[in-house]
Write a protein that binds this ligand. Structure first.
Ligand SMILES: N[C@@H](CCC(=O)N[C@@H](CS)C(=O)NCC(=O)O)C(=O)O
Length: 202
């Protein structure tokens, strides 16, 4: 399989980390949606990452659907989201909130770096920044992840840790060390795992 996209994309990074955790071999095709547009368009005319190209040539987009496909390819105990039941809903909703944190962090980056500075719409930046923090605050208010007391890792852990790492990296002034202590603890634990270390954001 080939995974298209850079690890500075949290959507790509969570797929790559999940693949490593689940033992999938893949070739990483490190193309940027901004710097390699022509090459990217040949592979994915939508110029979005991640894309997973299966060995039969089938192309999958949208990180949540890619992860769902991968979960379907492993034994039940290796799934990162269970196939059914309350735990599935809980983990999916946890991921959904973390993905909003990511999406808002990305929107601030796009608004402040892709537009000429005189066209930055500060009210939108402020709104997205508040929404980003609201998402992390909701996650922070939830119980500490069972991963930290020895439970198997889930997609909620992966996506939460990837989200916090990305948001902190992109917006360091927004994330003083004492903010979101539970999430920081989860992030520190996850970022020390081989699957995370082998998938560096920078
Ligand atoms: N919901 C999508 C989001 C993917 C996404 O927005 N990726 C960004 C990179 S972080 C991208 O492709 N940006 C290029 C663009 O939006 O034109 C997913 O989870 O895969």
């Amino acid at each position: 399989m080939k995974l298209i996209g850079l690890f500075d994309s949290p959507f790509v990074r969570r797929v790559a980390i999940s693949m490593r955790l689940q033992g999938f071999a893949f070739e990483h095709v490190a193309l940027s949606v901004f710097r390699h547009i022509d090459e990217m368009r040949k592979i994915n005319p939508l110029i979005k990452v991640p894309m997973l190209v299966l060995d039969n040539g089938e192309k999958l987009i949208e990180s949540s659907f890619i992860l769902d496909y991968l979960d379907g390819e492993v034994a039940p105990e290796r799934r990162l989201i269970p196939a059914a039941g309350p735990a599935r809903r809980h983990i999916q909703q946890h991921c959904a909130i973390a993905l909003i944190g990511i999406e808002k962090a990305v929107q601030v980056v796009y608004e402040t770096t892709l537009r000429p500075s005189e066209f930055t719409y500060q009210a939108w930046v402020d709104r997205c920044t508040v929404q980003m923090h609201d998402a992390f605050a909701i996650l922070e208010a939830r119980p500490l992840s069972p991963l930290l007391s020895g439970a198997p890792i889930t997609q909620a852990d992966v996506t939460c840790a990837v989200a916090l790492r990305f948001a902190r990296f992109m917006h360091p002034a927004q994330f003083e060390p004492e903010r979101y202590p539970r999430l920081q603890q989860l992030s520190a634990y996850c970022e020390a795992l081989p699957a995370f270390i082998e998938t560096p954001l920078e």
